[in-house]
Design a protein around this ligand. Sequence first.
Ligand code: PMP
Length: 392
Amino acid sequence: MWTDIRPEVEMPRLFERGGDVISFAGGLPDLDVLPLETISAQLSRLVRLGGKLALQYTTPHVAGALVPAINDLMAREGTTAGADRLVPTGGSQMGLMAVGLGIAAPGETVLVQTPAYPGAAAAFRTAGLTLHPAPEDADGLDAAALRETVLRLRAAGRTVRLLYCNPTFQNPTGATLSVARRHELLAAARELDLLLIEDNPYGLLSFDGETTTALHALDPDRVIYLGTFSKVFAPGLRCGWIAAPEQLARTLRRTTEIMSLSPSALAQAALAAFHTRAGWSDLLDAYRTSYKERCALMADALEAELGTDGPWQWERPGGGFYIWLRHRDGVDTTRFAEAAAEHGVSYVPGSHFGIDGEHADGLRLCFSNVARGRIAEGVTRLAAALSAPVPA
Ligand code: PMP
C-alpha cells in the first residue's frame, strides 16, 4: 500500500525494534558539524532586535538577504534564480506536494525516476497523480526511450507533462546523471513539452568538492528546481525553496499559501543572517568531510564483509548519504529484515523505492548519521543478517 510508504523520518521505525540497534535506515544529516553557539547567538539577536517581524506571518516570497543566500548555493551547480522565480517552502517535501497540487491536475501521469525517494511518490499520489516509471538504462534516464514512453502513454489518452528526478547523488542509489545525459534529457523534454522536476537535496555534498551542473542551469524554463536547507544546514528549520519559471512560480506561491499560509520568517531570517556572517563554504566543507569519512568506513567494511564477487553488488558513491546494494539473483531484500532486526541493525528494503513494489532486490544503507565508531560493527551485523538462511 502506498500509504504505508513514509518519508525518511518515520522509515526507521518500520524496521527497528528498539534496544541496541545500529540504524542504517533513516536519511538524517549529521548535525554534530553545526556551530550551535553561533546559531544560538544569531537567533537570540534576531529575536531581540527584529522579533516582531521574525515572529510574524510573512508573504510567500523569497526576499532580502535570503535571495543571495540561496543563489550562493545554486551558483555552485552553475545556476541562479531571481526573486521572481523563487518560492519559499518548508523543505522539499512541501515543494513536491506543492508541485503535485499546484502544477499537475488530478489524474494526470507523472514520470518518476526510480528507485525513487518514497516521499516523492507519496506526495504525488496524495495529489491524485498516477505514477509511471521513467525509462532508464545502465547510465540513468534514457532520453530516446523516454520519447517512446511518452508518445505511447499519450496515444493511450494519458496526460503526461511532468518528469520527477533526483539527478545528483540520488536517494537511494547515490547515482549522478552525467552532463551529457542531462542535455539529452532536456532536449527530449523540449521536444515532448515536458517539465522536469529536479529534486536536489544532495547536489552540494560531493566528497571531492566537485559539483555537477544542475538541470536548472541548462534550461531554467523547463525545470522546476527543488532546493532545501535540510541537508546543507539543518532540517529542523523546515526551510527550502522552489526555482521555477515566473508564471509557475506565481501559481506555486498561491499553492504554498494555501498549504501553510506563510513560510517561517524566523527560519528564513536565521538562514539569511548565518549566510551574511559566515557564508556557506565552511559548513559545506564540514558536512562533506563528515560524509566522506562515514561513506569510506561503510564501503571499506562492506568490501571486507561481503566481498566483491558474492551475491551483493554496489558502487562507492561520490557524495550524498546512501549506499545501494543489489542482490545479483534478484532476491527480495525484505526477506532479511527479520534477521537484521535480530542482529540489531536496520536498512530500508528496496521495494520502498519502487512505485509498484519493483526494485525489491535493492537495499538502502544510510551512513550520514551513524557514529563513525559504530559503522563497521553495523556492517558486521548486516553481513550476518544477509547470510542467515532466508525464509522462502
Ligand atoms: N527529496 C529527497 C530526494 C530527499 O531525500 C528528501 C529527504 N530525505 C526530501 C526530498 C525532503 O527533504 P526536506 O523536506 O527536508 O527538504
